[in-house]
Structures are given as structure tokens and as C-alpha cells.
Design a protein around this ligand. Structure first.
Ligand code: ATP
Ligand code: MG
Length: 652
């Protein structure tokens, strides 16, 4: 196994001592959370303000024919009140949101908790005046601007269910999601800016609406963000400013049952048709608030920046609901981390004196590939904690992030979780859990992670297998919108009595988890099982490799062969000599069984808008199966597919 560290290391942490939990208390509390979930979660639920305190805590069963996931079910609350109103007395004048624009020349926008509260109430009243009521699904197709957060919280305030669709999606992808949720209202902007480019959101909405048959959208609310002159198609289209201008800044919040839906969010689509994950109010809020508090060890006054777009679950849980429920000061950035150059991310950190940064491996790898530029003329001394999510982080990238970016002073929190889980599931807690580069470490409170083999046999001790969760946790998704049967089949049928994550993991002798990738990304080469994550991180450890993606392809002798798509840091190095060297390298790093049969150079990989490699497309190309590539609508750059097919064909 390609693991630089065998033992756990206590990485130094620049922290304040108050909220830190030590290793012993952590172990005790974790055990208590599994042994007495009712007691544990009743206590944790106190961090949320309830209109009616729940007396029933957990009512859950994972039995396939009797599935029930209900938390705090007789409790009542409102999520927007928890993120805003309850902070007004003590934190009203504190900043809730610092917005950094795409262009460094444009002005920063800031909102105190009181200003954010006012903006949310005005929009909530505006939505009501349009006839939006509790239970209605509102689609948000927004750039990363404060109005996106405001719109989410305004929906939550009146009990409308928001369905945020990432602003980079195509009109077709947007139409599918509007249609699935039967949204009567879409909130958008004239355009968004990313890396100096305009994204014409309103034009995409217009096109999407023509694709929705039968028609469901009655109104489109448009934020004038870029000052574009766009045609407002009255009476359907409404200008945001005009709507909110004369609304009252007081809006009584809807009383929501804990199990009332808070939002629908479609999974990122790296494996198939996106699923509308439904999350409910009480359990989700308790869990995201608690995990944000513990994992980021958030201290009052600190500046917290989660880079995820609000179109992803990370943006929901850890850019909006988690941090705002904890009265944090958050940073929101409109653009991309390497615009106008790779130093932008570090400059934003210095500019706003960011203490806690939460990002993704794809960002870290991109910056590492131009390390000097990424670090130039910045100190990054304000940083205290660094987090990542979304993909396995290879030890190479982990180490660069830790040593170079964070000056060996900031623990790295590699958090494993999913759209479906609502919040972090396997994650370090700074100060309590020692780190190992490349491992997401240990399960969070209340999470009973287990490994089973393909026959469903429970594996104990150090082992590798399918990663399952044996009991419910409060932030778990409750259903797939409109398709409860698919929910049961996808998550509770493969291994009965368990939630199946579809990910594989290895557990080492210390009980640490190492995510090996999706189960269908595990290769079987001559009877040996290998996770793509392991092969990829071995390849990425070579100094000339910027990024690698590995898939299996049908091989007449081995069953499955290893096919590697590789992006180099220097295109000039794309030679036969290096190809041979990399094959030797993999053999040396992993073992003689890991022989790369084919290496294809590529400038780019097919990635979802959230930056994840879509291996199913790479698998099809490797297998010469170009006709069934499936849904490409969630790709960041669909053009990459044709380029890959062309190089692949020339390779043979
Ligand atoms: P879809 O389910 O539509 O195919 P997706 O799985 O990419 O899309 P998400 O819910 O955004 O959608 O991502 C969750 C997945 O991301 C996990 O199942 C896992 O494969 C991967 N992942 C997330 N965090 C980590 C991590 N820290 N380490 C390893 N893998 C991770
Ligand atoms: Mg998934």
C-alpha cells in the first residue's frame, strides 16, 4: 500500500484551547453516541433553537421492507431563525458574510447578521407576494453571490423547499431538475462571472423553460448582478430589486416540523442519472451545526471560508447552514481559485485573514502543479485549519497542502461524506484525532461505519471492503424526490439492514479509514482487487505527473487491465521514455501486479462541475464503447470527451 506514514502523527495545531476535545474524551463521547443515541442526540439537539422541543429523538429502521428514518419528529423549528434571528441580540453587528468578487478590481460586499436578516425577510415577503407557500419547490440557478444565500434562507423562512442547481449546468440539465421538482418559481441572475467569463444564466433559464413540458414555471425572479441589459418577459419575469424594495424587513417564520423537507439537492452525477436527495429540517440542522462546530473547531470571531459552490451539498451544509447556525463569519467567493493566476486563492486568504479554509483535492492538485505561483507574495499566516472533501486526497497533494500551503502549522481535515449523508461522516477532529496523510481517519459521533465483503460478511480489524453504515444519523437523506422505491433499492437493498455508501474503504490496524474510491472503481486484475484511488495517488507521486485517472478495461488474460489517463506538469515530457518509466514506477510503488497496460496522455480529464473525475466515461473510452457514454450534461467541459476519444483512437 502506498502509505507514507504507517503510524498516526500528531501534527502541530495552532489552536485556541477552549473548544478542543482531547483524544480520551473523544473516545468516550464517541462510544456514548453509539451506545445511547437517544441520550446523545437529545443533548446535541440543544444547540438548535426549537419552537417545540422534541421528546421523540430517534425513530429509525434500515429494514428494507420497513424503512423508517425519522429524527426529532415531534420537534418544531425554523432553519432561517436558527441561522439569523437567534444571533441578532449577541452578534447582530458581527459580519455573517464577506463576498469576494471574481475580479480583484471589483468591490467586496459585506453583510452583518442584522443586514442578512433584513435581506432574507424582505425576499421572504416578496416570495409570499408571488404566491410561494410552504411545501412549494423553488429552483435556484444562481452565481456565487450573496443573493444565493439570501434566497436559500428566504425559502427556509417560509417553508418553501429550495432546489439549488449549480450555475454552470446546461439548460437541459436545469430543465430536468426544474421538471422533476415541478417548480413554479426559478430564481436566477442576469449573468454570473467565473474566471473573467460571463455565464448567461437568464438566457439558460429561458431555454430550460421551453424544454419543460408540460410547463410548470410561473415566475422567474432575476437578480441584476452584471448590469446586462436582458429582456424581462413580463409578467413571467420579475426584477429582484423591484420585488424586494418595498417589502417589510420583518417576516414571521413558518413553523416547521422537524421532518418537513428543507431542500432537494441532486447528486453531482458522476455515476449516473442524478438523484434528488431530500433533506429535512431538524436532523439536518442539528447535525450540520454540530459537525461544523467540532470539525472546524470554530471559535467566535474567526473567519471561515468554505470554497464549495452553493450548488453542491458542501455549499449547503458548510457554507450556509452549518456556519451560519453557529454565528460564524463566512467568506463567499464568486470565482475560480486560479483566476487571474494560481496565487488568487492565497491572496484572498491574506486579504480577509481567513483562519479556516475548506476546499477540495482537485483545487489543491491544480495549485500544486504551479506551486511557486500559487504561494507567491502571500503569507497565509492567518490560517489555522485546512479541510478537504469530495474525493480521496492523495498523500502527495496532502503533504504539499500541509507543508507548503499551511507552513506545517495547520491540521488537514480530510472529510468523507456524500450528498446523501448531509454532513461529514468520517473525519478528523483537530486536537483529538492524529492525522495520517490520505486517510479520512475515524467516524464522527453517532456514525457506526462497518466494512463487509461482497457477500455481506462483516469484516473485523484491519480489512478492506464495502463501506456501510449500520444505523441512522440525523442528517441522512430521507428519500429520492418522487421515487422512494429507487431510494430503498439504491441504498438499502444491496446489503440488507445497512446504508450502502457505494464507496470502498480500507481500515488499518489503528481503525483508520482510507477511502479507496467508488466500489465500481475497484479493479480486479488477475484476481487482485485494487482501488483506483491507490493507483492514482501512486502515479501522482511522480514529480512529472499533475493528475492521473485510472480505470479498468477488458483484458483477455488478466480479466481487467489497467488504463491510466495522465496529465503531466510539462507537456514536453510526453515521451515513450516517460511512459516506460511510469509503468516501472507504478510497479515499484504498488507491486508487480500493478502493471499499467495503457497510458494515455491528456491535457484534461472529464470532470463534473464540482471537479470530480467521471470515471464511467473514461471506462467507456478505454473499452472502445463510444456510443453509450450516457448523460454528459453535468460535465464541466463536454468537449474533453471528443478529444479523449481522438487520442485514444490514435493510440491503438
Ligand atoms: P453521484 O452520486 O451522482 O454519482 P457523487 O457521488 O460524485 O455523484 P457527491 O455526493 O457530491 O456526489 O460525492 C460523494 C462521493 O465523493 C463519495 O461517495 C466519495 O466517493 C467521494 N468523496 C467525498 N469525500 C471524500 C473523501 N474525503 N475521500 C474520498 N472520497 C470522497
Ligand atoms: Mg454518490
Amino acid at each position: 500500500m502506498n502509505t507514507p506514514n504507517t503510524g498516526a502523527t500528531q501534527y502541530p495545531a495552532k489552536t485556541s484551547a477552549e473548544t478542543y476535545i482531547d483524544a480520551d474524551s473523544h473516545t468516550k463521547l464517541y462510544q456514548q453516541s453509539l451506545a445511547s443515541p437517544d441520550e446523545f442526540w437529545a443533548e446535541q439537539a440543544k444547540r438548535v433553537d426549537w419552537i417545540r422541543t422534541p421528546s421523540i429523538i430517534k425513530n429509525c429502521s434500515f429494514a428494507k421492507d420497513n424503512l423508517s428514518i425519522r429524527w426529532f419528529e415531534d420537534g418544531q423549528l425554523n432553519a432561517s431563525v436558527n441561522c439569523l434571528d437567534r444571533h441578532l441580540e449577541t452578534h447582530g453587528e458581527q459580519l455573517a458574510l464577506i463576498w469576494e468578487p471574481d475580479s480583484e478590481a471589483d468591490a467586496v460586499r459585506k453583510f452583518t447578521y442584522r443586514q442578512l436578516h433584513n435581506a432574507v425577510c424582505k425576499l421572504a415577503n416578496g416570495l409570499k407576494s408571488l404566491g410561494v407557500a410552504k411545501g412549494d419547490v423553488v429552483t435556484l440557478y444562481m452565481p456565487m453571490i450573496p443573493e444565493a444565500t439570501i434566497a436559500m434562507l428566504a425559502c427556509a423562512r417560509i417553508g418553501a423547499v429550495h432546489s439549488v442547481v449549480f450555475g454552470g449546468f446546461s439548460p437541459e440539465a436545469l430543465a430536468g431538475r426544474i421538471q422533476d421538482g415541478q417548480s413554479k418559481l426559478v430564481i436566477t441572475a442576469d449573468a454570473g462571472k467565473r474566471g473573467g467569463k460571463r455565464v448567461n444564466l437568464k438566457a439558460n433559464v429561458d431555454e430550460a423553460i421551453t424544454l419543460c413540458q408540460p410547463a410548470c414555471v410561473e415566475n422567474v425572479l432575476v437578480v441584476n448582478h452584471c448590469g446586462e441589459t436582458i429582456a424581462l418577459n413580463a409578467p413571467r419575469d420579475i426584477d429582484y430589486q423591484t420585488l424586494v424594495r418595498n417589502q417589510s424587513s420583518e417576516c414571521p417564520a413558518e413553523i416547521m416540523d422537524a421532518e418537513d423537507p428543507l431542500f432537494i439537492l441532486y447528486t453531482s452525477g458522476s455515476t449516473g442519472k442524478p438523484k434528488g436527495a431530500v433533506h429535512t429540517t431538524g436532523g439536518y440542522l442539528v447535525y450540520t451545526s454540530l459537525s461544523h462546530h467540532w470539525v472546524f473547531d470554530y471559535n467566535p470571531g474567526e473567519i471561515y471560508w468554505c470554497m464549495a459552490d452553493i450548488g453542491w451539498i458542501t455549499g449547503h451544509s458548510y457554507a450556509v447552514y452549518g456556519p451560519l447556525s453557529n454565528a460564524a463569519t463566512t467568506v463567499m467567493y464568486e470565482g475560480v481559485p486560479n483566476f487571474p493566476d494560481a496565487g488568487r486563492l492565497a491572496r484572498i486568504i491574506d486579504k480577509h485573514q481567513v483562519n479556516i479554509l475548506y476546499t477540495a483535492p482537485t483545487v489543491i492538485r491544480a495549485l500544486m502543479a504551479c506551486s511557486d505561483e500559487a504561494l507567491a507574495n502571500t503569507s497565509r499566516q492567518s490560517l489555522r485549519l485546512l479541510g478537504t472533501a469530495g474525493e480521496p486526497i492523495n498523500p502527495e497533494a496532502w503533504t504539499w497542502f500541509y507543508e507548503k500551503f499551511g507552513h506545517s502549522q495547520c491540521p488537514i481535515l480530510d472529510t468523507w461524506w456524500q450528498t446523501e449523508t448531509g454532513g461529514m461522516m468520517i473525519t478528523p477532529l483537530p486536537g483529538a484525532i492524529d492525522l495520517k496523510p490520505g486517510s479520512a481517519t475515524l467516524p464522527f459521533f453517532g456514525i457506526n461505519a462497518v466494512l463487509v465483503d461482497n457477500d455481506g460478511q462483516l469484516l473485523t480489524g484491519a480489512a478492506e471492503g464495502n463501506l456501510l453504515i449500520s444505523d441512522s444519523w440525523p442528517a441522512q437523506m430521507r428519500t429520492i424526490f418522487g421515487d422512494h422505491q429507487r431510494f430503498i433499492e439504491t441504498y438499502f437493498s444491496t446489503f440488507e439492514g445497512y446504508y450502502f455508501s457505494s464507496d470502498g474503504a480500507r481500515r488499518d490496524e489503528d481503525g483508520y479509514y482510507w477511502i479507496t474510491g467508488r466500489v465500481d472503481d475497484v479493479l480486479n486484475v488477475s484476481g487482485h482487487r485494487m482501488g483506483t484511488a491507490e493507483l492514482e495517488s501512486a502515479l501522482a507521486a511522480h514529480p512529472l505527473v499533475a493528475e492521473a485517472a485510472v480505470v479498468g478495461f477488458p483484458h483477455s488474460i488478466k480479466g481487467e487491465g489497467i488504463y491510466a489517463y495522465i496529465t503531466l506538469t510539462d507537456k514536453q515530457a510526453e515521451t515513450e521514455t516517460l511512459r516506460t518509466e511510469l509503468k516501472q514506477w507504478l510497479r515499484k510503488e504498488i507491486g508487480p501486479i500493478a502493471v499499467a497496460d495503457i497510458i494515455q496522455w491528456t491535457d484534461d480529464l472529464p470532470k463534473t462541475r464540482s471537479g470530480k473525475i467521471m470515471r464511467r466515461i473514461l471506462r467507456k473510452i478505454a473499452a472502445d464503447d463510444f456510443d453509450n457514454l450516457g448523460d454528459l450534461s453535468t460535465l464541466a467541459d463536454p468537449g474533453v470527451v471528443a478529444r479523449l476519444i481522438e487520442t485514444h483512437s490514435n493510440l491503438k
